[in-house]
Ligand binder design. Structure first.
Ligand code: ADP
Length: 525
């Protein structure tokens, strides 16, 4: 049987050294075909074309020196084993390279055929072993996530059942209960709620680890969300006698995010603040704009609690981390809350961090992107470096016919939005993120880069598609209208960015005006 040749990429700029290595390869037992290049750029170009069995790499090349050389090679060919050809004085650097993923090093001038042969064979074997270890690590992780996700799902059903029946007894719906029984049931319900929260966290964390968490960004009022989160956590704070305050700058514009997910982050941080603060302390939630980072809102949850050890600060956002020195030993949780919060904030392109001193309280802060209509519209409003000739705002309103639609109403809105996305041309039209409105009507807007006549075609498509939705037919009325958006005067000498901003401002005005028109039904029960 003919032995397969080892494809060697030899990166060496010194012709004498290169010849010597070739000679040793020829003398060696293994059959090798050698491609020799003398610059890093040539090596990277060759790697892009074909993956060799092994790379023999000199670190000091005309276009790259030292650690940079192996870092770039490893970056371009993470799966190919690399053996470094180092000079006598480069051993320290060669060791560093080993720590960063290089398989071996040989000192030039002391390379024998058998030594080179052996180093190459071992390097290839070790790399293959590493790859299979990495694969089995990934499989195990995937298995663990699937297992956790499955178990958490299965636990939820009996938990819901226990919760329902315990609530039934607690509310006296199955007959009168004594004060003692009332207390017992209260304890049961509290524990079931805690268990439910842990199961939710487990499910969420395993979904986050496998990259399955999605966000549905909306145009969101941060002030409203903070007030909602505070009202939802007020009773826990009161029970523990911890003050809970809000300090929101009222000029904060809307943020671009998923309201349910942001609420989750806020509640988690406020809950933690209350949990780690003694009676008499306080938790304050703030939101503000920072002049040096104008595209983001900064939200902080500040507590006067036990604070965090400097060593623990770097770890608390890790999965399952709980500081062993935290004062509250009766605390409940799995150490997943901050891990999930970090994943959710990162999905929004924001950052999360903590400032804290032991005994001095903690400030958890995170950022969320401001909602910028101009940024959202720019890709469709601009064509060939100029503003399009016509822009139309299409309004799609869904009004409930009766007051008894609460359950299905949100779902109907979600379906409408999904269908709307399919009725538009993504390169020319944008379905705006829904605006949160106080009333039950749901209004969606599409900015179309066409004139009114052509927008009619889109409106017919929308009417056809949305009209087929059973929820819309049964519980709501669909209203579709369109108006052309006045474009900035070309003679005004505005640059493109200013023109786009002008259109965005006009669209905002029109949408606001449309939303402030009174709907027919003002309440949904
Ligand atoms: P847990 O469910 O255990 O609270 P988290 O991920 O929310 O999990 O928090 C991880 C750890 O970070 C906590 O166990 C605690 O040690 C520390 N921690 C979180 N928030 C605070 C806070 N406001 N003050 C002090 N320590 C905190």
């Amino acid at each position: 049987m003919s032995e397969q040749a080892t494809h060697v990429l030899l990166v060496e700029d010194n012709p004498g050294d290169a010849d010597l290595v070739r000679l040793r390869l020829v003398d060696g037992k293994a059959k090798a075909d050698v491609n020799c290049v003398n610059r890093l750029s040539d090596a990277l170009a060759s790697l892009r074309e074909k993956s060799p069995s092994i790379i023999l790499l000199d670190l000091n090349l005309p276009d790259s020196q030292g650690a940079d050389t192996f870092r770039k090679v490893l970056e371009h060919a993470p799966d190919v084993p690399v053996v470094i050809l180092s000079g006598q004085d480069d051993e320290e650097l060669a060791m560093k390279a080993l720590h960063q993923g290089v398989q071996d090093y040989l000192v030039k001038g002391a390379i024998s055929s058998s030594g080179l042969d052996r180093a190459m064979r071992y390097a290839v074997e070790r790399q293959a072993l590493l790859r299979s270890l990495e694969m089995s690590r990934k499989q195990q992780l995937e298995f663990k996530n699937q297992f956790l996700s499955h178990v958490s799902h299965e636990l939820r059903t009996p938990l819901t059942c226990i919760h329902q029946y315990a609530s039934l007894l607690f509310d006296g719906l199955a007959g009168a209960i004594s004060p003692e029984q009332h207390d017992y049931l209260e304890t049961i319900l509290k524990s079931v709620n805690q268990l439910g929260a842990m199961v939710r966290d487990l499910l969420e964390a395993s979904r986050a680890e496998s990259g399955k968490v999605r966000i549905e960004p909306h145009c969101v009022s941060m002030g409203d969300l903070i007030r909602l989160a505070v009202s939802m956590t007020r009773s826990v704070a009161d029970e523990k006698q911890v003050g809970l305050e809000i300090g929101v700058d009222t000029r904060i514009p809307f943020v671009y995010g998923d309201p349910d997910r942001i609420l989750e982050v806020l509640i988690n941080l406020i809950d933690n603040g209350i949990k780690f603060t003694r009676a008499g302390g306080a938790v304050t939630v703030q939101a503000c704009l920072v002049p040096t980072d104008p595209a983001f809102v900064y939200i902080s949850v500040i507590d006067t609690g036990c604070g965090i050890d400097p060593g623990a600060k770097a770890l608390i956002f890790e999965r399952m981390y709980q500081d062993p020195n935290s004062i509250d030993n009766s605390r409940k949780g799995l150490g997943l809350g901050l891990f999930i919060a970090k994943e959710l904030v990162t999905l929004h392109r924001g950052k999360i961090w903590v400032a804290s001193e032991p005994g001095q309280g903690s400030t958890f802060s995170f950022t969320l992107p401001l909602y910028s209509l101009a940024q959202l519209l720019s890709p469709v409003l601009v064509k060939d470096g100029a503003l399009r000739d016509a822009v139309t705002l299409v309004r799609v309103s869904l009004n409930p016919r009766s007051k008894s639609t609460r359950g299905n109403w949100k779902e109907a809105g979600r379906h409408c939005l999904e269908l709307l996305q399919r009725c538009v041309y993504l390169d020319k039209d944008v379905v705006l993120p829904p605006m949160t409105t106080p009333g039950p009507e749901q209004t969606f807007f599409v900015v179309a880069s066409t004139d009114l006549t052509r927008a009619e075609i889109m409106m017919t498509r929308i009417r056809d598609q949305l009209g087929k939705l059973p929820e819309v037919n049964m519980i709501g009325d669909l209203e579709i209208s369109a108006s052309e958006v006045a474009l900035p005067d070309r003679a005004a000498g505005l640059n493109l960015e200013q023109q786009v901003q002008g259109v965005a401002d006009r669209v905002t005005e029109m949408a606001r005006a449309a939303l402030s028109e009174k709907p027919n039904v003002t309440e949904s029960k």
